[in-house]
Design a protein around this ligand. Structure first.
Ligand code: TRP
Length: 342
């Protein structure tokens, strides 16, 4: 069976972008693949995390996986730091990856900003840890949002260089799975910026635990424009919104894309339904839909947050099953590299 690996960082404020761009897409894959879903706490500490908050956020991501419908019996759900193979393989990959490769990573440039000299070494080496996450299980398929594509290409480069340096055909070359209509969910205040956990305005994002009132209020206050909603004539032959058209009305197309993703409908159907409508009417329909989809998930997350023991049991069991896969692979890698294990 083909193996899926993906991860979400426990950095708080899980929002609609995390749900539509990642977590939601993990659910149907469990019917077809052997799936491993990780809470990547080692990645989280590449920037400062308050220890108590990190623990709470780790449980929150696990709760989101469970509430969204990932079955902990069929899938493996665990937190990264529980399986030492991630850090151990990452070190080997640090010695395979080249400085020049990491220097090209746009996520590092964005996160380090102007203060590059002050960024942690971990933030720089982030992509080799990500390659280790995937390859410690020889995963072949990795569902991620658009923004992680460059890291997956680097993972392929690392796998290829390892294989060629050691003259083996050991690591598989993975396939990215970029899924869903709204893999890039933008801020509700500014349609040119990604929805983000760190935006100072709560109104910029819908979180996975927002209640019905909060969801309605945030969509009501969401930035829109003065025109009526467009119809399906704006779409190109493949049914996508052309980039130039989207850029002219970023907020409108963001809300439409969110609607299409939540409704699980093609954009064409949504545009046909709301062509010529006013934003007030569309936003009402969008809030109702979001409440219907997210309400039960948020409620289950709240229930699980009152039962941390249940979440911890899932993580403990998942880590044990993850180790059973990763440890033999790491032992083979150690042998290939030439580490003596007398
Ligand atoms: N870097 C990913 C993100 O920020 C999270 C991640 C870590 C991941 N390791 C991974 C995703 C391995 C897929 C596979 O979204």
């Amino acid at each position: 069976m083909k193996r899926i690996f993906s991860g979400v960082q426990p950095t708080g404020n899980l929002h609609l972008g995390n749900y539509l761009g990642a977590i939601r897409n993990f659910v149907p894959l469990q019917d077809e693949y052997d799936c491993i879903y990780c809470v990547v706490d080692l990645h989280a500490i590449t920037v400062w995390q308050d220890p108590a908050v990190l623990k709470a956020n780790t449980r929150e991501v696990a709760a989101a996986y469970l509430a969204a419908g990932i079955d902990p019996k069929r899938c493996i759900i665990f937190n990264q730091s529980q399986v030492a193979a991630h850090a151990e393989l990452a070190w080997i990959f640090n010695c395979v990856a080249r400085l020049g490769w990491l220097n090209r990573m746009t996520q590092f440039k964005e996160k380090a900003g102007k203060h590059r000299e002050n960024a942690s070494v971990g933030l720089y080496a982030y992509p080799s840890l990500m390659a280790a996450d995937i390859l410690a299980y020889k995963a072949t398929h990795v569902p991620v949002g658009e923004d992680q594509k460059q890291h997956l290409e680097l993972t392929r480069d690392i796998a290829q260089k390892f294989n060629s340096d050691f003259g083996v055909a050991y690591f598989p070359l993975l396939e990215p799975l970029i899924l869903g209509t709204a893999t890039r969910v933008m801020s509700l205040r500014d349609g040119t910026k990604k929805m983000s956990k760190s935006d100072p305005s709560d109104y910029s994002r819908i979180t996975m635990t927002d209640d019905a009132d909060a969801i309605a209020k945030k969509f009501r206050k969401a930035t829109s424009d003065a025109e009526l909603l467009p119809g399906p004539e704006v779409l190109d032959d493949s049914g996508a919104v052309p980039e130039a058209i989207r850029q002219a009305r970023p907020e409108a197309y963001n809300l439409l894309a969110i609607y299409a993703a939540l409704a699980d409908k093609p954009m064409a159907d949504v545009l046909t339904e709301f062509a010529g409508a006013q934003f007030s009417k569309f936003k009402g329909a969008l809030s109702d839909l979001a409440v219907a989809r997210l309400g039960p998930i948020g409620a289950e997350m709240k229930r699980l947050s009152d039962d941390p023991g249940a979440v911890d049991a899932v993580l403990r069991d998942g880590a044990q099953r993850a180790r059973a896969i990763a440890e033999p692979i790491l032992a083979e890698v150690y042998d290939i590299v030439g580490f003596l294990r007398p």
